[in-house]
Design a protein around this ligand. Structure first.
Ligand SMILES: N[C@@H](CCC(=O)N[C@@H](CS)C(=O)NCC(=O)O)C(=O)O
Length: 158
């Protein structure tokens, strides 16, 4: 829904260091830098921008997606190690929904930052889905790609 947003921070270098460290466990990194601005995100797409300037009086709440619960834990530990103040240990917040697993910190400017994983963990003993075996034309080597492969001398096309 939201493509990107920009957060104003007082000290860009300080916030670059903080977000670089706190968001590394979630797979985000600084991807682009301009004069007085930088973009953080997954590879290829900086969705979260920092801009040097006067911080608005009202703190802004931002939640980052974590792929799994250990990612939320690692975000919280990395953010505290980078100097964040704690605003809520990693854990379920069932008031939001039953598998809402999140952790909360304050960034160097006092913005309340969160990492959240909405997915319920796989039930114990659940196995990963095995890849589907090839069938039909693909299995018989009659796909376009298979037809394009050079034949070995003497071999017949079936
Ligand atoms: N200390 C609380 C923090 C909860 C929290 O910040 N929740 C968010 C919603 S996910 C919120 O109320 N944000 C509003 C704001 O910070 O302005 C906890 O650990 O549960």
């Amino acid at each position: 829904m939201i493509d990107h947003l920009t957060l104003t921070v007082r000290d860009l270098a300080r916030s670059k260091d903080f977000y670089g460290r706190a968001l590394a466990p979630l797979g985000y990194a600084v991807r682009m830098e301009f004069d007085g601005m930088l973009g953080v995100g997954p590879s290829g797409k900086p969705a979260f921008w920092l801009k040097q300037g006067e911080v608005p009086t009202q703190p802004m709440h931002i939640a980052f997606v974590a792929a799994d619960r250990p990612g939320v834990d690692a975000f919280h530990a990395a953010a505290l190690a980078a100097g964040a103040a704690d605003n809520g240990a990693p854990g379920l917040r069932p008031d939001y929904h039953p598998s809402y697993y999140a952790a909360f910190v304050f960034d160097p400017d006092g913005h309340p930052i969160e990492a959240v994983c909405h997915r319920a963990p796989a039930p114990a003993g659940a196995r990963k889905k095995a890849p589907r075996a090839a069938s039909g034309r693909a299995a018989r080597g009659k796909t376009k790609a298979a037809r394009a492969r050079p034949r070995r001398k003497g071999s017949k096309r079936r």
